[in-house]
Design a protein around this ligand. Structure first.
Ligand code: GLV
Length: 308
């Protein structure tokens, strides 16, 4: 048995180092140097070339080196094998802290103080108190729940929406279309944690944003395509949105000539809110390989029917 490692664009060496310590008996081959394709049982990949995964005749499972799997499912020649998403609690916790940063920043107006420093201006603002600053989370999966928990601990009222009703302690939960409208009407800051599926593509569009109260803030930590970025820019320009922090874009890296770089009140980060690092994630991946080797089910399995 051997392992294929192809963390395209984000570096293989740290993964190889961590995995060889965790699984010293396994051969790990870094793409494209694969001495024997028939020996590969597990593929650990991010953004592999289309068609490549169909060339390993004894492949047993495909393990994503990130939480999302669109980099796999867009491959028209993807073999029909179990796909295991990467669920690293360290990543979910990082995403929660990233979200809390923007909640604090927008609620207390730190970006205004940052601008004031340039002007040497000593002037306080009177923010809405935390207990009146409702933060709404779209998507109450593993990441959404981690985000909700941390923001709630920091003293903000947390509302949460998901497709099906769920009860989370301390979260005012909503579901369905009526529930969504009701929640959006009460939101001061919206955090999108929904995965990209056929149903969520451009979900946050002009009509959606119009259902938010005036002067709402938006934070996107999932995928760029869930948000219609043009609609966000228009809402920022009209003042309907008071600020937005976007960590993901439809085209990544965001091109240098993109107009988004210079939109006032639009804060851009380079898809780092939940970056995956081998130092914590390799353990999760190794455990899944060990589970499969022992005939146990890996976790979490991608559900092709549900699309996540
Ligand atoms: C990053 O966005 C991931 O899918 O892990």
């Amino acid at each position: 048995m051997a392992i294929l490692l192809n963390n395209n664009g984000y570096g293989n060496r740290p993964w190889q180092r961590e995995l060889s310590q965790l699984m010293p008996d396994q051969q790990i081959h870094i793409f494209p140097d694969i001495p024997d394709r028939a020996a590969i049982s597990y593929a650990l990949v991010w953004d592999h070339p289309d068609g490549d995964l169909a060339t390993y005749p004894n492949l047993r499972a495909i393990l994503s080196l990130g939480a999302g799997v669109e980099h796999l499912t867009r491959d028209p020649d993807l073999p029909n094998l179990p796909i295991i998403r990467l669920s690293d609690p360290t990543v979910a916790a990082d995403m929660a802290r990233h979200s809390l940063f923007w909640v604090l920043n927008f609620q207390r107006g730190y970006r205004q103080y940052h601008a004031q420093q340039d002007q040497k201006l000593w002037q306080r603002h009177d923010p809405l108190p935390a207990h009146e600053f409702s933060v709404a989370i779209l998507g109450l999966g593993r990441i959404g729940r981690a985000v909700a928990g941390l923001i709630q601990q920091a003293g903000y009222p947390v509302l949460g929406w998901d497709l099906s009703a769920s009860t989370e302690p301390g979260i005012e939960s909503y579901s369905g279309l009526t529930g969504l409208n009701e929640m959006l009407g009460k939101t001061r800051l919206l955090i999108n944690c929904l995965p990209l599926t056929n149903d969520t593509e451009h979900l946050i569009d002009k009509a959606f944003l119009a259902r938010l109260p005036n002067q709402t803030f938006l934070v996107n930590i999932s995928r760029g395509a869930v948000v219609d970025s043009q609609a966000v820019v228009q809402a920022l320009q009209s003042g309907h949105l008071a600020g937005a922090a976007l960590d993901a874009f439809e085209q990544e890296p965001l091109p240098e000539d993109s107009p988004f770089w210079s939109v006032p009140n639009l804060h851009i980060t380079p898809h780092m809110s939940g970056a995956t690092y081998a130092r914590s994630a390799a353990k999760v991946v190794a455990e899944n390989i060990q589970r499969m080797e022992q005939g146990k089910a890996p976790f979490p399995l991608y559900d092709r029917a549900q699309g996540f």
